[in-house]
Design a protein around this ligand. Sequence first.
Ligand code: NOJ
Ligand code: NOJ
Length: 539
Amino acid sequence: MRFSLFLLYLLAVVNSLVLPLDFAAGRAASHESAVQSQPGFLQLIKEWIAIFSTREVASAIPRGSFESWLQEQEKISFESILQNIGGYGEFAQNVSIGAVIASPSQTRPNYFYQWTRDSALTVMSLVEYLDDHELQDYEFGLCGLVESYIENQYHVQRLANPSGTFEDLTGLGEPKFMANGEAFVDHWGRPQRDGPGLRVITVLGYLSLLTKYEGNFQHEFFTSHDDSFRFVYDEIVKPDLQYIVHHWASPGFDLWEEVNSLHLFTSLTQLKALKLGMTYALAYSDSEFYAVLTTAYNALNFFIQVDSGYKTGNLPFLIETPTLLLTGKRIGLDIASILASLRAHDVDDVGDALDIPFAVDDPVVLNTLTAMVNDMKYRYPINHNRLGFGTGFALGRYPEDVYDGYGTTEGNPWFIATASASELVYKILYKLYKYENDLYIPIGLREFYQPFFEFEIKQDMVVPFGSDEFHMVADGLIKYADSFMDVIREHVDNNGHMSEQFNKYSGFMEGAEDLTWSYSSCWSSMRWRNKVVKLMERS
Ligand code: NOJ
Ligand code: NOJ
């Protein structure tokens, strides 16, 4: 104990010596320049600390074996999401029923709020769990939980707030609310325009699930209406869709709440919401609105693919916020682009990859991962232990990040970012096996695929589904995806708890504790691993 305190002290001293040097130039340092700007001996001390401070104490979770850790962590992650939901969770005292707090942390930092984004994304995990269990869930009462989330959203949507009102829809861009359901009125980066679309995806996800398994709503709030599905569509989904129709072209703050502009994550998830909305408008013979949605969908799709600058001819990776690239403030790389691809595509829907750009196996998405990995393996000293193994690394939000979870010093790796990398690779594998597709490797993906081949990739290649070569690459890919999860295994605490970030020198967790979204993204990645392993075993 005393030894680790000493290490932390040493770390603080080293940090204070080095930080001003790293960021003195006030520029986005590439990894080379970041490394070179530090005097060699400080770099050495940091790496020494990084190696010696990885914890090796007895664990309540089976950290020693990857497979048994996965099993245990999957349960812990799922149950920890529930702990943060009002009316159910232990951590969510004095929280409105169905409200999801981002984290129980009320000071340093205060994340004890309901963010529209975090809530929608994490409740989606509950919907997916229900799907995996064919709506049969006696253990947690998840249908009731999801319904209380939807009911709570109905009320939150209607709250006047600093972004505006429900009447003119502007209030739907408000990013966060108090845990007790009141508006949050302090200064904040608002509006954030991804919330309504993410909520549409989750709410319609639940409606489709009920339809798929011929279930019905349980809560009176819904069953008191003649047609509870139609009520949800008219009163909750439609306003969000209208918001997107009116505001997709207007700037707003990004998902990291820092930059007022247009953003890939926002645009792509909005497009997905419009697509889902069109299906429902059609089913409900809401033809006028269907036409409105179609026009907006086409315009936004065109914007994303042609005018936005999210994909340029000059760079191999996606640009999350093109205006920042243009002003030279950032290089454009951001895990948000990968999150966008993951959340905007349903790999079980064959048509999705045609209707929504940047599918999980689109070369530009994979090259975004490659670029993130190439940057962050050097940027974060904890990754230096893993160099040379041809594996995954701890990833953060974006190279120029300076948010440390409490204030602004230096950016760290995040659980969400690291888990997303593995989810992407699991999903690519899943698609190959599910549709029995040959693996097509354009030469532009050489860097990503080369480690999985014994010979040098020199031109476009097709690896036939089921061939020996195919199995070899698939095996390599799953190991690659696992290696990102293995980073998470190393940095969760001894009870499988996850905060927002882990320190880039020491690996110790920092930022908001028990972050709901960390659990959800980790659980989601493990879910896709289970799905792909099942398919691989069968073939
Ligand atoms: C809090 C935000 O939630 C986080 O995303 C941001 O990086 C910091 N503030 C710093 O601006
Ligand atoms: C900061 C993150 O940047 C943002 O995306 C998130 O919504 C909030 N924290 C709450 O978790």
